[in-house]
Design a binder for this molecule. Structure first.
Ligand SMILES: C[S@@+](CC[C@H](N)C(=O)[O-])C[C@H]1O[C@@H](n2cnc3c(N)ncnc32)[C@H](O)[C@@H]1O
Length: 223
C-alpha cells in the first residue's frame, strides 16, 4: 500500500528534463554527410552569412565551430574572421577531422584548424575563444550542464556561445522532432547552469539562434 502510494507520488512529481543527448548515432560515413551538410540548397534556408552577422562574428576573432561536421559553417566563419582570425573546427568524428583538413588545404584557407574532441570535452584552449558556435549539435551532447562548465572555461572575457538548432515542425530538412530540443528547453538548460541569454534571433525558416553569456565567475576569469 505504502509502496504504491510512494510510486504514485513519484510519478506525479514534475520530472526534471534530462540533460543527456536525445540521440546517439554514428557520423562516420563522410560521403553521406557531405551530401546532407553541404547540399547546394542549404544556403537558401540556412543563410550562414546572416547567422554569422547576427551572432557578431568579426575580423580577427577566434571562433569555435563545435560539432563542425564537414566544415560547412567553418568555411563561412573563416571568411568572417579573416586571415588574422582563427576557426577551431571541432568534432568527435575522426573522418570529419581528416575531411576538413583536406577541404581547408584545397581551398588554401589557413585559419581553419580542425580539432578532434572527445564527447565530454571540446578541447578548447583555456580562455582562448571569443565565440563558440553550435549548429545542430547541442542535442548530441550528454551531461550538458557539466559540459557548460567546460565551455565557459574555454571562453575569453566577454566570450559567448551561440546555439543554432531546429524548431519542432514538419520541415523538408533537419532531424525528426523527437530528437529536437525547443529554444525554451535549451534556454532553460543554460539558465540552470547560470548562463544569461543575450539574444534570440528568429529570422530563419526552420531554426532558432540563441546567444548566451557565461556566469560572471567562470569565463575568462583571471586573477
Ligand atoms: C548534425 S551534425 C551538424 C554538423 C554541422 N554543425 C553542420 O551544421 O553542418 C552534428 C555533428 O556533431 C558532432 N558531434 C556529436 N557529438 C559531439 C560532441 N559531444 N562534441 C563535438 N561534436 C559532436 C557529430 O560528429 C556531427 O558532426
Amino acid at each position: 500500500m505504502l509502496a504504491t502510494a510512494l510510486l504514485l507520488a513519484a510519478l506525479a512529481a514534475p520530472q526534471e528534463p534530462s540533460h543527456d543527448a536525445t540521440v546517439h548515432h554514428s557520423f562516420d560515413d563522410v560521403a553521406k554527410w557531405v551530401g546532407v551538410f553541404d547540399d547546394p540548397g542549404r544556403d537558401a534556408w540556412q543563410k550562414p552569412d546572416a547567422v554569422i552577422e547576427a551572432i557578431g562574428v568579426g575580423p580577427g576573432m577566434t571562433v569555435a565551430d563545435l560539432g563542425a561536421g564537414t566544415g560547412y559553417f567553418s568555411m563561412h566563419l573563416a571568411k568572417a574572421v579573416g586571415e588574422k582570425g582563427r576557426v577551431l573546427a571541432i568534432d568527435i568524428e575522426p573522418n570529419f577531422i581528416k575531411y576538413m583538413k583536406e577541404r581547408a588545404e584545397k581551398a588554401q584557407i589557413t585559419q581553419i584548424e580542425p580539432v578532434l574532441a572527445s564527447p565530454e570535452d571540446p578541447k578548447l584552449p583555456e580562455h582562448g575563444v571569443d565565440l563558440v558556435l553550435i549548429v545542430d549539435t547541442w542535442h548530441h551532447i550528454d551531461d550538458r550542464l557539466q559540459y557548460l562548465v567546460t565551455l565557459a572555461e574555454g571562453l575569453k572575457p566577454g566570450g559567448r556561445v551561440a546555439v543554432v538548432d531546429f524548431k519542432k515542425g514538419d520541415f523538408p530538412v533537419g532531424p525528426p522532432d523527437v530528437h529536437k530540443m525547443t529554444a525554451q528547453r535549451v534556454a532553460s538548460e543554460f539558465a540552470s547552469a547560470g548562463w544569461k541569454q543575450a539574444s534570440h534571433w528568429d529570422e530563419l525558416p526552420y531554426q532558432y539562434v540563441l546567444v548566451f553569456t557565461p556566469p560572471a565567475a567562470s569565463a575568462g576569469a583571471k586573477p
